[in-house]
Design a protein around this ligand. Structure first.
Ligand SMILES: [Zn+2]
Length: 236
């Protein structure tokens, strides 16, 4: 009887030791996981600062003073279901996933009012910007190239959040019904005319009625209603 009791006690002790060990190892794993998550967050926060990416990705600022690194690639690059101008390279038909729906809605709304908008150039990778830039330097020299082509990393097209729009005549200037419709209505879908007339001193880029940039509906409405640029909006 005494021996049996001893055996049961030993068994209970073994179970307790096992239970403790499992709990302890389990907690150990939890600690490691938490540390990993913390580490990942720090890494993300760090690269966000380095690349000047705001917490809200759709408000990322890319201009002559703020660049993206060569590895930056937008999430969910996709070709939207819209018409494109002839000759648009396949890469440039892509845009970031977040702007697919707003862009399709914008183009469809225009079509509903008899205005046909065509995609002309969306995403451009760091690599293709690099090629365009060096081709231009070779053919026209550094000074002219710098005036007309963004250096790799400094083009907003690398964000996938913008797209150049054109019309069937490929003549997209103020006064055409397509450019006027876009300027009046794009904010309703979360887009802005990124380089407005008379704002070169702020944006660093001449007036471009065709280049629209997604910033989300709230920011787009504010920027539209106040006649300001993304730079001014982010400083307010
Ligand atoms: Zn553009």
């Amino acid at each position: 009887m005494k021996k049996k009791f001893k055996n049961i006690l030993t068994l209970i002790m073994i179970i307790c030791v096992f239970w403790y060990a499992i709990e302890h190892i389990g907690m150990g794993l939890n600690v490691i996981n938490l540390e990993e998550i913390k580490f990942n967050l720090n890494e993300e926060g760090k690269s966000a600062n380095q690349n000047n990416i705001n917490l809200s990705r759709e408000l990322v600022l890319v201009n002559k003073d703020h660049s993206l690194n060569k590895d930056y690639k937008p999430e969910e690059l996709t070709i939207p279901n819209i018409l494109f101008a002839d000759g648009t390279p396949r890469e440039e038909k892509h845009v970031a996933g977040v702007i697919i729906r707003p862009l399709e809605e914008l183009v469809n709304a225009a079509k509903g009012e008899g205005v046909i908008l065509l995609g002309n150039s969306g995403y451009r990778s760091y690599k293709s910007q690099e090629n365009t830039y060096s081709d231009r330097v070779r053919s026209q020299g550094k000074k002219l190239a710098e005036a007309y082509v963004a250096k790799p990393g400094f083009s907003e097209h690398q964000t996938g959040l913008c797209i150049d729009i054109t019309n069937q005549d490929k003549y997209f200037v103020k006064g055409t019904k397509e450019a006027d419709w876009l300027a009046e209505n794009c904010y309703k879908f979360g887009f802005i005319i990124r380089y407005p007339y008379g704002k070169k001193s702020i944006t660093g880029i001449e007036y471009e009625p065709w280049h629209i940039r997604y910033v989300g509906k709230k920011a787009a409405k504010y920027i539209h209603d106040n006649g300001i640029t993304l730079e001014e909006y982010l400083e307010k």
